[in-house]
Design a protein around this ligand. Structure first.
Ligand code: NAD
Length: 431
């Protein structure tokens, strides 16, 4: 796969490269599911390709007075079920191929949850950690202006992703609104509550991960109270998932971050862990807890493992040592395909990422609905709706898994691809 060159000196390689690892595996997954669903070859071919790719060169005035140019993308995969939806990320290694794969995954994620959106993703290749707040704002506003005709409340609705946040979305919304001449709140989700954002968005993904873990436990005849949980990653998703599941009566015995992890057989005091991480930058070396490595965290003896850090953590090398009975994937792509085969053999029940971590996009959808209807719902209402939808989706996937005798990951793809294909067949082919 060709990656971007240094974004600092603004030299870029050609990005029109097919077949990055992540894009290739997204296409392979689609092909496997298409066989199960016996889909028409032409339809599968159109699902393999994004409907539209927008590539722009974004000039930004830097604080030192120089102008630098960064390559940005918006990839729109499929809109058969509704307007495009997906995050915008800023990262030096953003590549067109990865954005294409992530846009396709958004199509499936929305379809699994039965949310009336299609899939999109965007990104700008830039050394964002070196940017001042002003540089980040100027990049965001110029990028937004350059893609303004391709996004919109009924067209394509961006959201935060890696190194973009609520403030970034406020800048996107303001820029779009200035260009269009009206305040278009529904053009983005994940924006600040002060300008139309929805309460409950921050904890939504962690909450959904826990709902899926609880449903999986119920299905497998396990009790939550007193059960043991290990959580990889103590960021937005991992922290909230750990806090919520502990609040419901489970014992979180291990957590980790990029530096390593900690373990306590009696259960960790998560607020003390959060405070310690805030003070020292890591969860490690907390008084009263044993310091462990990330590898040890993944292979901790526990009932539930929540991988909430990043992709490719559970691999062919360590999957055989996983001792949890249930996994609910908070991160995107934490399990490699070869690890999946091993987990299947060990009869570990895995709730796949496109289902387990869809709480965020679900609350984004609720934010969009509130904006469109000029309504505001309470956090309790949103949480109730989210819980019902996650439980419904879990059971839809479980049913498909029984019907086709496949694991939950394959079942989630069968359900999602089947829903998108059904919409495409009904729409027919224009002209
Ligand atoms: P974050 O940056 O807030 O947190 C990531 C955490 O993982 C940090 O604590 C970091 O130290 C830790 N980490 C990084 N590398 C690690 C490693 N090798 N081992 C252990 N810990 C490691 O990010 P987040 O928003 O919590 O996202 C985490 C994952 O969930 C990502 O894969 C993201 O794509 C996915 N996700 C997030 C959301 C959301 O709403 N935030 C929604 C869907 C999916």
């Amino acid at each position: 796969m060709i990656r971007l060159g240094s974004a600092r000196d603004t030299r870029y390689e050609s990005l029109m490269v097919e077949n990055s690892e992540i894009y290739q595996s997204a296409v392979e997954q689609l092909e496997r599911v298409a066989k199960i669903l016996k889909l028409d070859g032409g339809l599968v071919e159109s699902l393999k390709h994004p409907r539209k790719i927008i590539q722009v060169a974004v000039p930004v005035k830097m604080d030192d007075g120089s102008t630098k140019v960064f390559v940005g993308y918006r990839v729109q995969h499929n809109f058969a079920r509704g307007p495009y939806k997906g995050g915008i990320r800023y990262h030096p290694e953003v590549s067109l191929d990865d954005v294409k794969a992530l846009a396709m995954l958004m199509t499936w994620k929305c379809a699994v949850l039965n949310i009336p959106f299609g899939g999109a993703k965007g990104g700008v290749a830039c050394p964002i950690k070196e940017f001042s707040e002003g540089e980040k704002e100027r990049l965001t506003r110029r990028f937004t202006a350059m893609i303004a005709d391709d996004i919109g409340p009924d067209k394509d609705i961006p959201a935060p992703d890696m190194y973009t946040d609520a403030q970034t979305m406020a800048w996107v919304m303001d820029t779009y609104s200035m260009l269009k001449g009206y305040m278009a709140q529904a053009v983005v989700t994940g924006k600040p509550v002060e300008c139309g954002g929805s309460p409950g968005r921050t904890a939504a993904t962690g909450f959904g991960v826990v709902v899926c873990a609880l449903e999986a436990m119920k299905h497998n005849g396990m009790k939550l109270t007193g059960s043991t949980v290990a959580v990889q990653g103590f960021g937005n998703v991992g922290y909230h998932a750990a806090r919520i599941i502990a609040g419901l009566g489970a014992k979180v015995v291990a957590v980790s971050d990029s530096k390593g992890g900690i373990y306590s057989a009696d259960g960790l005091d998560l607020e003390a862990v959060a405070k310690h991480k805030e003070d020292t930058g890591t969860v490690q070396n907390l008084r009263g807890a044993k310091t462990i490595s990330n590898e040890e965290l993944l292979t901790t003896r526990c009932d539930v493992l929540l991988p909430c850090a990043m992709e490719n953590q559970i691999t062919g090398k360590n999957a055989a040592n996983i001792k949890a009975a249930i996994m609910s994937e908070g991160a995107n792509g934490p399990t490699t395909p070869d690890a999946d085969v091993i987990l299947d053999k060990k009869k570990i029940f895995v709730v796949p990422d496109i289902l387990a971590n869809a709480g965020g996009v679900t609350v984004s959808y609720y934010e969009w609905v509130q904006n469109q209807q000029r309504e505001s719902w309470t956090e309790a209402e949103i949480r109730k709706k989210l819980e019902e939808r996650m439980i419904g989706a879990f059971n839809d996937v479980l049913e498909v898994s029984k019907k086709h005798n496949v694991n939950m990951r394959s079942a989630a793809y069968v359900l999602a691809v089947g829903r998108v294909a059904a919409a495409m067949k009904k729409l027919g082919l224009f002209p």
